[in-house]
Design a protein around this ligand. Structure first.
Ligand code: HEC
Ligand code: HEC
Length: 400
């Protein structure tokens, strides 16, 4: 009799596919107690039957429990069932994209706390503009994903430039800076806007250095940031401090968790959008940890881009500078991190709607027209690239 009971319980356990947890805490103690029962009840068949009945009842209740638990787990999270397609998509995504690093390191400009602190002060300081009307943060507002959401931005003199202000978040990870990639890194870039007449309009490096040297706070901060140098307030050190700060402006998201192996981090529609982004060929240009920011490409492979983005001034990209025919309409492929928030789009900020920007990319770069559902799915995927900006990054340093 004892033998029979054991077999029955084991079969049930198998049938239920009980989790280890259930098996350890519910079934095992029962099984362990069985010999005692057989000793106690001896050959009393009636009592054994009653016990068998109770066991069966417990088994039935547990089956129900188990099934309910499975059902509710399923409805809570439809990604709980991981299919082979899900795994294949992740493997494919891992080939084309990379998770963001914690910071964009530069061996020639080590990130130190003192440098970052100084860089942040400079980033928010209107003293870097001729008439004191603006700072880097005016056009690259850290409270609004590193942009001002205007097609083009007014400079210190109130007159707008001709290109859209790109975001400073994650910009340090680009392999070159600007819409035409004319600067190699954020350190080189940071010196440009200060002297650019259309931006901050300072007359010379010397005037900038003199202005900063007259501020006691900066005398201390530069000395702390560059302890090995005898003359610390220099134009190069200003660039390096701002660059070091920008190297910390990195915005990881659940897409990074996904790329690190968590298949469930994207929901069904987001995964569909990712699949489209790969299958339709966007990855020919938008790859790497930023989904862009690694190469120059012609804007308008299958048509004249000016027909689509309503430019007010002629802009032939890299050609403007080099006058080489092959550089005509060559623009640096923008990264797509936080793209949902960095409207309006394209080098002239001519398109404010993300759906429209995706359709334009389809037409001009791939000769394709997307259905509304496909665009919606890609937009859903793009929302997974929107990071949470920490509060302490958004606010200006005290006194700025
Ligand atoms: C008047 C608005 C304005 C100000 C002020 C300004 N920028 Fe910019 N910034 C722009 C525009 C416009 C571009 C793109 C220009 C181009 O590509 O030709 C740009 C480009 C950049 C880029 C390149 C990003 C990329 O994706 O290519 C970085 C980095 C940057 N700015 C940082 C700064 C810093 C640091 C400061 C302060 C020292 C600053 N900017 C001040 C408007 C501004
Ligand atoms: C052949 C290269 C190429 C392909 C393929 C491509 N893009 Fe682009 N993408 C670019 C370039 C270059 C720009 C910048 C154009 C400009 O503004 O001058 C850009 C800009 C964008 C922008 C605007 C970003 C911003 O901040 O202004 C979005 C959004 C975008 N692409 C999405 C896509 C999508 C979605 C696909 C696939 C359907 C795609 N791209 C395919 C090269 C490409």
């Amino acid at each position: 009799m004892t033998y029979l009971i054991k077999v029955k319980v084991r079969l049930d356990a198998n049938y239920l596919k009980l989790t280890n947890h259930f098996f350890d805490y519910f079934i095992k103690p029962i099984l362990t107690n069985l010999p005692k029962i057989s000793v106690k009840f001896g050959g009393n068949y009636q009592k054994m039957k009653k016990y068998l009945f109770l066991l069966a009842l417990a088994a039935i209740m547990m089956t129900a429990c188990q099934q309910n638990a499975q059902k509710s787990a399923q409805s809570e999270n439809d990604a709980a069932v991981i299919t082979q397609q899900d795994k294949d998509l992740l493997a494919q995504a891992q080939l084309f994209f990379k998770p963001l690093p914690a910071a964009a390191e530069n061996p020639d400009n080590m990130i130190t706390e003192a440098k970052v602190k100084l860089g942040k002060h400079l980033y928010f300081d209107n003293r870097l503009s001729k008439d004191g009307n603006q700072s880097c943060n005016s056009c690259h507002n850290l409270n609004t994903y590193g942009v001002d959401n205007l097609p083009t931005s007014p400079g210190d003199n109130g007159i707008s430039g001709t290109r859209n202000s790109p975001t400073t978040f994650n910009a340090a990870l680009r392999t070159a800076q600007f819409w035409d990639g004319r600067n190699k890194d954020v350190e080189e870039q940071a010196g440009g806007p200060v002297l650019n007449p259309a931006e901050m309009g300072m007359p010379s490096e010397e005037v900038v250095v003199n202005r900063l040297s007259a501020v006691p706070m900066y005398v201390t901060m530069f000395a702390e940031a560059f302890p090995e140098e005898s003359i610390t307030i220099t134009y190069a050190n200003m660039r390096n401090a701002i660059g070091a700060f920008e190297r910390t402006l990195i915005t990881p998201t659940k897409f990074d968790s996904y790329l690190s192996g968590d298949v469930t981090a994207l929901n069904t529609q987001e995964s569909q959008g990712l699949k489209l982004f790969i299958d339709q060929g966007c990855i020919a240009c938008h790859t790497g940890s930023l989904l862009g920011g690694t190469m120059l490409q012609k804007f308008g492979l299958y048509g004249d881009y000016t027909q689509y983005v309503h430019p007010t001034v002629a802009d032939a990209g890299k050609f403007n500078e080099t006058k080489i025919e092959a550089d005509k309409d060559m623009f640096y492929v923008p990264g797509l991190r936080n793209v949902e928030k960095t409207y309006p789009y394209f080098h002239n900020g001519g398109v404010s709607n993300l759906d429209e920007a995706i359709q334009i990319m389809g037409k001009l770069q791939l000769n394709k027209e997307f259905e509304d559902k496909q665009v919606d799915d890609m937009v859903a995927f793009f929302t997974t690239l929107t990071g949470d900006i920490p509060e302490e990054v958004k606010v200006a340093p005290a006194g700025m």
